[in-house]
Ligand binder design. Structure first.
Ligand code: GUN
Length: 290
């Protein structure tokens, strides 16, 4: 049985085309500002790709690169300045932040109407309460991708491995909302789950979001299940040009000719995250300006 590949590039390109058309037709250009603290190489790559994406669709963007030893209050000052600037529609603080800066404090400081990451407690609360506004980009990307490829989640059992506030928890909330692209029966699994493999094998859809390269094997995936691999892990590879390659949280044996459909890494969920960031930024502009 060959597997259906859920191609994030393809869906992202459609979403970009739609946003570029809106910019073209209305002449409105939402502005996204990204704050990057320190020089984590993976974060620098993500931030660059966010800027390139903005250029592709015609959004304005600015990246504020701050030194790793900057004070928490200086970061909060910058957030306050961007909150007050009407040309800034979306604010994204790239995480992780250095240990001396509280991520929670900084995320709370972002005006919830500009919180295109969906990490502000008000936006998390709205999702929990069943009337979401800005939903975190990766969970939203998973939902849009599954819907695009006609993978039904309503009535299905979904196992989400990973309970982060970036992916696992908001995805569980999103998938258990009422509605045709939701209505799933969700189990959140984590490091203390007993018989993880057994729990995952009961699922129709398995979402791997714990950030451990190749952790999930055939033992965790019932044959014919759908696999969504959210992992983006760098592993050393002396044979590769950059000295590393990117792998997911799911081992290849549990994907091709085993899953009925799966998201590849790279090229699956990753591009969807950026597409949803831009969509949230458009929505933020509309929320702020009508
Ligand atoms: N770091 C890893 N993923 C994300 C994300 O979706 N948003 C932000 N702000 N930082 C991240």
């Amino acid at each position: 049985m060959s597997s259906l590949i859920l191609n994030g590039h393809e869906v992202r390109d459609r979403i970009f085309a739609d946003l570029a058309r809106r910019v073209e037709e209305t002449g409105r250009r939402p502005g996204l500002h990204v704050i990057l603290v320190g020089d984590d190489p993976a974060s620098a790559v993500y931030v660059r790709s966010k800027g390139k994406a903005c250029e592709k669709v015609g959004f304005t963007h600015e990246t504020h690169i701050l030194p790793a030893d900057i004070s928490e209050s200086s970061v909060l000052d910058l957030v306050a300045r961007l909150n007050a600037d009407d040309s800034v529609n979306g604010i994204l603080v790239q995480i992780p932040l250095p240990a001396h800066i509280s991520e929670e404090k900084v995320q709370r400081a972002v005006l919830s109407e500009k919180d295109v990451d969906g990490f502000h407690p008000e936006n998390l609360g709205r999702l929990l309460a069943g009337h979401p506004r800005f939903v975190a980009c990766t969970p939203l990307g998973v939902q849009v991708m599954l819907e695009h490829y006609g993978v039904t989640v309503a009535g299905k059992r979904m196992a989400i491995v990973g309970r982060s506030v970036i992916v696992g928890r908001p995805l569980a909330m999103l998938m258990t909302l009422k509605g045709s692209a939701a209505n799933a029966t969700v189990t959140i699994c984590h490091s203390a789950t007993s018989d993880l493999a057994g729990v995952c094998r009961e699922a129709d859809i398995v979402v791997a979001a714990m950030g451990v390269p190749g952790f999930m094997t055939r033992e965790h995936v019932r044959q014919g299940a759908v696999v969504v691999d959210v992992g983006i892990n760098r592993v050393d590879d002396p044979g590769a040009k950059k000295g590393y390659r990117i792998v997911g949280d799911v081992a290849p044996e549990a994907l091709e000719d085993w899953a009925s459909a799966y998201t590849p890494v790279p090229g699956g969920v990753g591009p969807m995250t950026i597409a949803m960031l831009l969509r949230n930024t458009w929505d933020a502009m509309v929320l702020q300006q009508g």
